[in-house]
Design a binder for this molecule. Sequence first.
Ligand code: BEZ
Ligand code: FE
Length: 286
Amino acid sequence: MTNLKRPWTKYPYFEEDTSADVVLARMGPDTDARLAQVMTSAVRHLHAFVKEVRPTHAEWLTAIKFLTETGHMCTDWRQEYILLSDTLGVTMLIDAINHSHGDGATENTILGPFYVENPPHRPNGFNICLDGKGEPLSIRGRVLDTDGNPVAGATVDAWQTNDEGFYDVQQKGIQPDMNLRGVFTTDDAGAYWFQTAKPRYYPIPFDGPVGQLLRAMKRGPNRAAHIHFIVKAPGYEDVITHVFPPDCPYLEMDAVFGVKETLIGDFRKVDGGWALDWDFTLARAA
Ligand code: BEZ
Ligand code: FE
């Protein structure tokens, strides 16, 4: 990668064949080592992508406009870049890379954009379905360690959409605040229990650029029905997870690839609604 007329230079002029090397040669020697690794890889992959796809100027401008609109769509309650990462499977890939497998702990899945900080702590048995919509569901279970011992004092933080497929924060003033959210604490036997509504499938927000992209790719926007959980206990790794009902038609078509076989629960039809026994297993913190 030397210039024919200036063989001594470290900073060669731009050429298609050596384009990534030309760009990377400008990176200073004192660049933070991790940033240098990340940017070297990003530039090499981006240049390889452009060489493979060979976009026209108009196509590249379409991509720039898409990213611009994605940014303009972002607010405190709408993170379109996270939606993009979710729908391209990148969020689940980051999750897979960062969570060990095979230790028997409950599997992680996507957090999603609708978690709110400081949800209300509720006593076991509380009904978090404040709008009374949907089919009643009773959930009970235990938090265990990977040896099967109960974990007392663990928190089980649950949230889900209402029966119309919206989170409370998407319908402020329509749904009661903190509808279908609550944190429960396990008793001495590691047990927790609460009432809610059977979850239903719902579309991720698809009125923005990510929705347009999904439509263009002939993909649907629906998330398989689920309840979100964050389970925590001192001395254990946190688990961010879901439980899915087995009768949801979108299990295999979840728009953000969040479904895992081990997270499909055995929802039982009972008098007056549904019941689910659901244990969580936590791994000891490293
Ligand atoms: C959710 O489950 O709340 C969610 C996850 C990813 C994108 C949109 C919504
Ligand atoms: Fe969700």
